[in-house]
Design a protein. Sequence first.
Length: 474
Amino acid sequence: AVHLYMVASVVALLMHLRGVGDAEKQGQIAVFLDILLITVMMHASGGVQSGLGMLIAVSIALGSLGLVGHTALLFAAIGTLAVLTERIYSHIVNAFNDTAYTQAGLLGISFFAMALLAHLLGRRATESEQLASQRGSDLANLAQLNDFVIQQMRAGILVVDEQETIQVMNEAAWVLLGMPVAMRHYPLTEASPPLAQQYHAWRQDPGGDLPDFRATSGGRDLRAGFTPIGDRDNRGTLIVLEDTARLTAEAQQLKLASLGRLTAGIAHEIRNPLGAISHASQLLDESPQLPAPDRRMIEIIRHNSLRVNEVVESILKLSRQDNPHPKPLVLAPWLTDQVEDIRQMHHFAVDQIQEEIDPPGTTVFADPGQLRQVIDVLCDNALRHFDREPGQLNIRMVGGITPESGGPFLELRDNGPGIPRRAEANLFEPFFTTRNEGTGLGLYIARQLCEANHIRLEYMRQPRGGSCFRLSFP
């Protein structure tokens, strides 16, 4: 019986290791064989008095941990019947002198007690395992969601521990810090020494105001905010980086949006009286008895009425601006067609306006009509402010991929006088102009069209003179 039990155990182990059959059925067969073979060994060792019957209780208890309630009670019943059968058989054949029916009955009761207790413990363990697995899955999903949200934020986010080691860094922070090689799990001093200095200054005076700083020599002006996080045993610091230029631009945009709505309302109210003034001047001009000085006054009225009407039309056109319908544009062939139209419109020579896109397959995502409007405004602006003969004006359009961000760009450069430094800060504000005849709305409209298409329009000073307007596409 011992040899048979060993062989059965080895076979069951091999079946489990090889994954043969269903695991639950393998467990049921193993418990049944344990009951059968241990009963045989118990009979061979002197019956119930040998004490081997408790091994059946152990087998039933272990088997009941992973079995459903009815199956656990079934094996307890089988074990009880096996012990009682062995006892009755021994009594019939008179194998042993002491019948010990009471001991056999108590052993059967213990089988049921062990089966129920082990089953309850197993069920609680299974429920705890399922709950722990669910909680682990929820935490993993929450961590993934948090990471996604952090990565999508426009502000730079970093988390450092007490040893100043970076634990979290989103893509925005990486870009604002100049795309350092050192990222997560690197010391903050290696990723950005200027930011590390800001962090040390904050730790020395948490309530003090920190000045803006630059992560790299040619980088943007940044503002850092620090917030302690964690508990006493796991402290850290949340660092939020903001581009001060973007913050200023957003505040400026709010102001300009309010101003735009106000001026659109004013322009609408001016339009009708302006039409009456212009019409009245035309009627006066038709009078045959009007003296020459008066005709000169009428000409001044008509000229200035046209200027005011141009401003009104620009404002109303801006307020009625359609929503953009962006689509992919291969920049080189599209720009070639636009340049040819601009040559004919302004009577430019072939060498006066040229385009160069490298790589030629550079593709942008924008509304073609609105992008053409922006280019028209910039070319017209270059022509209006050129201080020499129009035939000497040269406009060069250069496009490609920005090495820093990997996004496409387009630059419009000219050989004009450039823009005075004092005027750069107000360049894109409405009604700002450096010419007496200008309306001051061209560049403002161009900026609005660019922002509607998520394009950044900025002026770049040229070291050798001239102007350069850069369009950075998303």
